[in-house]
Design a protein around this ligand. Structure first.
Ligand code: HEM
Length: 406
C-alpha cells in the first residue's frame, strides 16, 4: 500500500460518522477540496509557530501553568492533566485562549462526553452500512454515538460565529499577521470572496476544520502522554536513566528544549517505544482506492475501502522481538527501528499535526521527568486500554503524585 500510496489518498469515512462533517474539513474530505484545506492548515500552523521556537515557548508556558503549582501531596488524575494541557495548546492555536478556572468546567464536561463517545464507538459501528442507519435501532445508536461530537461542534461553531460578528462590528481587529487559525481562515475567506474566487473557504468548512484540529489535536497526544507515564512508572530503571540523561544535558538548572534532541538519544528512544506500544490508533483512518489497484496479490477495486494497520506494523516480531515488552533500548541497537514505528502513518495523508505532537511529547516528558519523581498515588497504573474495541486506545485511568526533586 505504501508503494502504491498515490491510489489511496482519498478518505473513506464510516457512514455513521459521515453526516457530522458531510465530507468537509481536513480528515473527512478528499480531492481538490482536501488539497486546498490541508495546504492552508499546514501553512497556517507553520505561520502560528509550529515547527518554530514560538510553539516551544507556548508549550512550555502551558507546562509551567499546569505543573508549577502542584504540591507533592496533591493526587492528580494523569489523564485529566494531560487532556487539559493538550486542549489548551490546540485551543490557543485555534482561538488564542486556554481553559482556566473560569471555563474549565465546560471543557471537562465536553471532554467527558467525548470520552464516552470514543469509548463506545467500535469497529463494528464503523461497519454499519448506510441502509441500516435508516432502521430505528441503528438510527438511535448512531444519534447517541455522535451526540457528544455534535455538541462539541456546536460549542466550536458558537465561538466562530461570535468572532465573525466581533470582526464585523469592529470589536475584534485582525492583525496583518493573524494570531490564530480562526482569524487566518476568515482573512483568507474574505480575500477570496473579494476577488470573486471560487474556493472551499466557507463557514461550514471553517467549523469542520476547527472540529478536526480540536479533536485530533487532543486525545491523541494526551493519551500518548498518559500511556508513557504509565509505562515509565512500571519501569523505574528507565525513569532513572532518562532523568540522568536529561539532567546531564541541561545541567539540571534549565528547561529541556527541542534543540537538545540530538543529545538525548535515550529520551528519543523512550518516546518511540511508548508510541509503538501505546499504539493509540491501531486501525489507522480509512482510505478509498481511486483506481483498481493490486496490493500484495489482492486487487482492490476503485472505491473500495483500505487501511494500513499501524498496530500490526508496530508489533511485528520480525522487527520488534518480544514486542509486548516496554523496552526503549531496542531503538539504541542500530537497527533503525524508527522506520517501522509509524504512529502518525505515512504519505500525503499522514497526520497533519505530527510536528506539534512531537514537540509536545518531547518537551513534556523530558521536563516532567527531569523535575519530578512520578509517585504511585493509590495503586500502580495498569498498562491496559479502557476499551479493547475503541478506535483510539486510552489507558485505564490512574492517579499519580508529582514530587519535585530538590
Ligand atoms: C501523538 C499524537 C498523534 C498521533 C499518534 C496521530 C495520528 C494520526 C493518524 C494515524 C492519522 C491518520 C493518517 C492517515 O490517514 O494515514 C492522523 C490524521 C490527522 N491528524 Fe493526527 N495524530 C496525533 C496528533 C495530532 C495533532 C496534535 C493534530 C492537530 C494539530 C492532529 C491532526 C490530524 C489531522 C487534521 C488528521 C487528518 C489529516 C488528513 O486527513 O489529511 N493529529 N493522525
Amino acid at each position: 500500500m505504501v508503494k502504491k500510496g498515490q491510489f489511496f489518498v482519498d478518505r473513506w469515512e464510516p457512514p455513521i460518522a459521515a453526516a457530522m462533517n458531510d465530507g468537509k474539513g481536513l480528515a473527512s474530505s478528499s480531492g481538490d477540496y482536501w488539497v486546498e484545506q490541508r495546504r492552508f492548515a499546514l501553512h497556517t500552523l507553520r505561520n502560528l509557530g509550529v515547527s518554530r521556537n514560538i510553539m516551544e515557548e507556548r508549550i512550555m508556558e502551558e507546562f509551567h501553568l499546569r505543573f508549577d503549582n502542584i504540591k507533592s501531596d496533591d493526587v492528580i488524575c494523569a489523564q485529566d492533566t494531560f487532556d487539559l494541557f493538550t486542549a489548551n495548546v490546540i485551543n490557543r492555536i485555534l482561538y488564542s485562549y486556554g481553559f482556566d478556572e473560569k471555563n474549565q468546567e465546560r471543557y471537562f464536561d465536553l471532554r467527558k462526553r467525548m470520552d464516552e463517545g470514543n469509548k463506545n464507538f467500535s469497529f463494528i459501528d464503523a461497519c454499519i452500512p448506510d441502509v441500516l442507519l435508516k432502521i430505528p435501532y441503528f438510527k438511535k445508536r448512531s444519534e447517541e454515538l455522535m451526540k457528544p461530537f455534535n455538541e462539541v461542534k456546536d460549542f466550536l461553531r458558537e465561538q466562530i460565529v461570535e468572532r465573525m460578528e466581533a470582526i464585523e462590528s469592529g470589536k475584534h481587529e485582525v492583525d496583518s499577521e493573524p494570531n490564530d487559525f480562526v482569524d487566518a481562515f476568515i482573512v483568507e475567506m474574505k480575500r477570496l470572496e473579494d476577488n470573486n474566487q471560487k474556493s472551499s473557504f466557507d463557514l461550514e468548512t471553517l467549523v469542520a476544520d476547527v472540529l478536526d484540529l480540536f479533536i485530533a489535536g487532543q486525545d491523541t497526544t494526551s493519551n500518548t502522554l498518559a500511556w508513557t507515564v504509565c509505562f515509565l512508572m512500571n519501569a523505574p530503571d528507565v525513569i532513572a536513566k532518562l532523568r540522568e540523561e536529561v539532567r546531564s544535558v541541561t545541567g539540571g538548572n534549565r528547561d529541556l528544549s527541542q534543540a537538545d534532541k540530538p543529545n538525548t538519544p535515550y529520551l528519543n528512544a523512550v518516546i518511540n517505544e511508548s508510541q509503538r506500544l501505546a499504539n493509540i490508533v491501531p486501525l489507522n483512518l480509512f482510505r478509498k482506492a481511486s483506481e483498481d489497484v493490486e496490493v500484495g496479490g489482492v486487487v482492490i477495486r476503485k472505491g473500495q475501502v483500505a487501511t494500513a494497520l499501524i498496530g500490526n506494523i508496530m508489533c511485528d516480531e520480525k522487527y520488534f522481538k518480544d514486542a509486548a515488552r516496554f523496552n526503549p533500548e531496542r531503538y539504541l541497537l542500530g537497527e533503525k527501528l524508527e522506520a517501522q514505528t509509524l504512529p502518525f502513518s505515512l504519505g500525503k495523508r499522514a497526520c497533519l499535526g505530527e510536528s506539534l505532537a512531537r514537540a509536545e511529547l518531547y518537551l513534556i516528558l523530558g521536563n516532567l521527568t527531569q523535575r519530578y519523581t512520578l509517585e504511585v498515588a493509590d495503586s500502580m497504573p495498569v498498562a491496559e486500554s479502557e476499551n479493547l474495541n475503541a478506535f483510539i486506545r486510552r489507558p485505564t485511568p490512574y492517579n499519580i503524585r508529582l514530587v519535585e526533586i530538590e
